[in-house]
Design a protein around this ligand. Structure first.
Ligand SMILES: [Zn+2]
Length: 234
């Protein structure tokens, strides 16, 4: 399977799409609720022909995109009050906020229990997510990196940040993987997929065939995990 990023021009707009060439007979164009565009085409089809076909569908694509921009609901802004749902490692937890004489956050039997005194529940929960994200990503990076030892590369350092559109990224100059704090809300397999993806970038800068061959060899299930991530909103 080959995956590349391509673009077409439509009026004044540049439409970027991900092109997956794989073992299939027909061409399919899909606009995801996140407004990402995915084109699947037969492996041996000429790229210029594919781009031409996508161009013919540009009107439909922009219409779909506009629909999702107007109708796709971002997760509700949290109020940090009891009864709200919080996600952590792929599971949902009900928030229980208790005024107390200590500051603490705990997961107990499906509940995210926040006792607060000096700090606000929002501050405590965000700090808790950050701590959990950092320790989980460190552990998963150590685990995933084991598979990269034969390549004689230096283990990237890890940073966490709130990224708006990506689950993770890799900086070649500083050999650093930056993970989105929000990725801690997805399950461990998805987190591992993001880490594998970024680790593959330490060997291949762009999403070329070699990159995907390597990713496939480290994370067989990556296509499903990627889809899972794309369907959950950041
Ligand atoms: Zn990448």
């Amino acid at each position: 399977m080959i995956a590349t990023t391509e673009k077409i021009e439509y009026g004044k707009e540049i439409i970027e799409f991900e092109l997956l060439q794989e073992d299939r007979k027909t061409l399919s164009i899909e606009v995801l609720p996140t407004t990402k565009i995915k084109v699947k085409a037969p492996q041996n089809k000429n790229k210029q022909d594919i781009i031409k076909k996508v161009k013919n569908k540009a009107k439909w694509i922009t219409k779909q995109k506009r629909y999702f921009v107007d109708n796709y609901k971002k997760p509700d802004k949290k109020k940090y009050v009891s009864g709200e749902c919080f996600r952590y490692l792929g599971k949902q937890y009900l928030l229980k906020v208790i005024k107390s004489d200590i500051d603490s956050v705990k997961l107990i039997k499906g509940y995210l229990i926040v006792e607060y005194n000096l700090k606000t529940p929002a501050k405590l929960i965000n700090k808790w997510y950050k701590d959990k994200a950092l320790s989980t990503y460190e552990k998963e990076l150590d685990k995933c990196f084991q598979q990269f030892i034969p390549y004689n590369i230096v283990k990237p350092s890890l940073k966490i940040r709130k990224l708006t559109k990506r689950w993770g990224s890799y900086n070649q100059n500083s050999n650093t993987i930056t993970m989105n704090i929000e990725t801690i809300k997805t399950n461990k397999d998805c987190i591992d997929y993001v880490i594998y993806h970024e680790l593959c970038h330490s060997l291949y800068f762009s999403h070329k065939r070699d990159f995907y061959n390597l990713l496939e060899s480290k994370c067989k299930n990556w296509k499903n995990l990627k889809m899972k991530l794309e369907q959950s909103s950041i």
